[in-house]
Design a protein around this ligand. Structure first.
Ligand code: MOS
Length: 721
């Protein structure tokens, strides 16, 4: 049981997030957003703004800051603001006002008079869909995939020949990450270059993107983010305030702070796209899947295409079926851009697939867990590579037992005025790794340091570094100081894709092994305490012939303050041998009020096969957070887009997220099977899987309680009238 090392600093307010930094002479920037969904900016009258009190700079596409299109080592091209007069969505950054105080900048921004030449805008996914079917797909589109049995002509034939068929359409809402820390940056230039304090998912990526946008040498950009107030995919790329603050600081020669307002976060960053998913399942009477077709459409902005890979993220791998057809299309709209959001693809995809599986169970009059186990995949269909380890059956067995699934009636039960239902769903999320480098140092005072440029956006990487470092050095964790969130440290450890523990953990093991080798070589070198001896290492000590010295003593004897080594790891040969995934079984109990149709979640359980669990406390927290997120998707979250492209509820009054009263105790259980076929640490990743499956488990429980199948989220009272 290890508490998170950064916990005390965070709860006492001592942790300094990006916008908590202040510097002498610092000034404030305010981002100006468009108020039409599509068109061209004809002009921006900035006369009044420029002469307003305290104003130092007003930047627009007609008088822009010096920025180039940015490129990222991981994401390719990254959009930078103010580069042209095209408006492609409501709430697009089109200006930046810098003044002595935040209030002066905001007031001056309101004085800017923008004239537009508007063009027709398409903002509704439903309207967009009518033309999307045959439209050419934007860049980045996912290819369709079809795997058919040798004697089958088409997926339609396979479905037609299936004794039982379920075919339905499911929809999911546009969502926002709603991280507690709004996107922000403090930028400071000095003779060495630029330092940026800004919450981000990888300091080295942010430094690279800023360097390319500013057209300066990467070594002159220093990105610092030891604390990040939530990211969830929404801080993978460098944000508009960071580009603008950095460029304005260079232009003005003053430190610049820029913080988006909560309302601005909803449009000036990026969201999870809305989806429409059509699923057809064909099965034998005994529940064996014969055919699975999953066609998906997701919204995307017209100028920055992004796919929410729902069908690829779920139906491609989740079930064994001889006939599979999936397609994935984007529907370009005049809406803010899409981006990765916690379990991109899998979260909305599993709502559709796992609802459809539940519908098939009802059609077959079969237990939903039994149906899932009957079609348990041993490998992704069409791929020869078996899962390295899969214990989904154990997750369901233990989960059913813990949750009292045996007492579930196919038609729910009634308690007073409440209709009570149980639902379940499968969760899967691929086990991935990114290249990562970590430096491990041994110091003469007997302590060690583990350092990487990756970020900890609340996911627990800092603590994981100390635990894996301690284990690899065979010393207690209190002797290990972890460091991260600084682009000056070895690159890697991107906190995204549920990869950080597997990636940085493996690199830590490599670095520790190297530094121990170096220590042993030094200890037995000429003039050293163990000169010429056969030495070994254990429990932080060098041993030879019954004599031992701590590494600190050895270093002191040699007059060294420290020795260090960098270890790197990257996905490699294992990818040619197996498929890798984490797995889970989600359970939920809901109560629907007979008369008011109020929906309450009363119990939830997740049982997960995520390989080795490094820090049970943090792991459990990650999964609880994910499961709450899934309930939120099912019952609360959704951006409503007005015809003019404005979000009707782009603030925390209208964009609903659960509060404590919405969430019961959450039960999380691990079946722990370390997966060293995936990486030496044995961890498969668990940052995102908690949310996967949860929305379907809620919807399936609502059906069990009420007999009403709701095929869109968020589910509202009106859906149950
Ligand atoms: Mo996350 S959506 O993997 O950053």
């Amino acid at each position: 049981m290890t508490s998170r090392l950064d916990g005390p600093a965070k709860v006492t307010g001592r942790a300094k997030y990006g916008a908590d930094h202040n510097f002498p002479g610092m000034v404030h920037g305010y981002v100006v957003l468009s108020t039409i969904a599509h068109g061209e900016i004809e002009g921006m009258d900035v006369t009044a703004a420029k002469s307003a009190p305290g104003v130092l700079g007003v930047y627009t596409p007609f008088d822009p800051l010096e920025l180039r299109p940015a490129s990222s080592p991981l994401f390719g091209e990254t959009w930078v603001p103010l580069q042209d007069t095209e408006v492609t969505y409501y709430g697009q950054p089109i200006g930046f006002v810098v003044a002595e105080t935040f209030e002066q900048a905001r007031d001056a921004a309101s004085l800017i008079d923008v004239s537009y030449r508007p063009r027709p805008a398409r903002t509704s996914l439903r309207d967009g869909l009518s033309t999307a079917e045959d439209a050419p797909q934007p860049r980045g589109a996912e290819p369709s995939l079809e795997v058919l049995d040798s004697d089958v002509e088409s997926i339609e034939d396979a479905l037609a020949a299936s004794p039982v068929v379920v075919e339905q359409t499911y929809t999911t809402a546009t969502q926002n990450h709603a991280a507690m820390e709004p996107h922000s940056a403090v930028a400071v230039w000095d003779s060495d270059g630029l330092t940026v304090h800004s919450g981000n998912q990888a300091a080295y990526l942010q430094a690279a993107e800023l360097a390319s946008a500013l057209d300066v040498d990467p070594s002159s950009v220093h990105a610092v983010n030891p604390f990040v107030g939530g990211a969830f995919g929404g801080k993978g790329r460098t944000s508009a305030p960071a580009f603008l603050a950095a460029a304005a600081s260079r232009a003005l020669g003053r430190p610049v702070k820029a913080v988006l307002s909560r309302e601005q976060v909803f449009t000036a960053t990026a969201n999870r796209p809305a989806t429409v998913q059509r699923i057809a399942l064909g099965a034998d009477q005994d529940g064996t899947l014969v055919a699975l077709r999953h066609d998906s459409w997701s919204s995307t902005s017209v100028d920055r295409s992004f796919v929410e890979p729902t069908s690829h993220g779920t139906s491609r791998e989740w079930y064994a079926t001889p006939n599979l057809a999936i397609s994935q299309k984007m529907v370009p709209l005049n809406v803010p851009p899409g981006t990765f959001m916690r379990a991109p693809g899998e979260a909305p995809g599993s709502f559709a697939l796992e609802s459809a599986i539940d519908e098939l169970a009802v059609a077959l009059d079969m237990d939903p867990i039994q149906l899932r186990m009957r079609n348990n995949s041993t490998a992704p269909p069409g791929k020869d590579l078996q899962w390295s380890s899969k214990h989904l059956d154990e997750c369901f067995r233990i989960g059913a037992d813990r949750f009292g699934w045996a007492h579930r009636s196919p038609r729910g039960r009634t308690e007073g005025d409440w209709l009570v239902g149980l639902g379940t769903a499968t969760a899967m999320f691929p086990a991935l790794r990114f290249p990562a480098s970590v430096e491990v140092a041994l110091r003469a005072d007997g302590t060690a340091e583990v350092a990487t440029g990756g970020a900890d956006p609340g996911t627990g990487l800092l603590t994981v570094l100390s635990l894996v470092g301690a284990e690899s050095l065979d010393i207690t964790p209190d002797r290990v100081t972890p460091r991260l969130g600084d682009s000056a440290l070895p690159p890697g450890g991107m906190s995204g894709g549920s990869t950080a523990t597997a990636s940085a953990g493996t690199a830590t093991m490599v670095a520790a092994a190297k530094v121990i080798d170096d220590l042993l070589a030094l200890a037995s070198s000429p003039g050293a305490p163990f000169e010429g001896r056969e030495v070994s290492y254990a429990e932080g000590r060098v041993l030879a012939d019954g004599r031992t010295m701590t590494f600190g003593e050895v270093l002191r004897a040699l007059g060294r303050t420290e020795i260090s080594a960098i270890g790197s790891s990257a996905p490699g040969e294992e990818l040619t041998k197996h498929s890798f995934s984490s797995f889970g079984a989600q359970f939920c109990e809901v109560r629907v009020h007979r008369w008011t149709r109020e929906i309450r979640v009363s119990r939830m359980l997740g049982v997960f096969d995520a390989g080795r669990i490094i820090n049970p406390t943090a792991a459990r927290s990650q999964l609880i957070g994910g499961m709450i997120w899934g309930v939120s998707a099912a019952l609360h979250e959704g951006l409503e887009i007005e015809a003019n492209g404005r979000f009707a509820n782009g603030d925390f009054a209208g964009y609903l997220i659960p509060v404590n009263a919405d969430i019961p105790d959450v039960d999380v259980h691990f079946v722990e099977h370390p997966d060293t076929l995936h990486n030496d640490v044995g961890a498969k990743g668990l940052g995102e899987i908690g949310t996967v499956g949860m929305a379907a488990a809620v919807a399936n429980a609502v059906h069990n309680a009420t007999g009403i199948r709701v095929r869109r989220i968020p589910i509202t009272i009106e859906d149950l009238l």
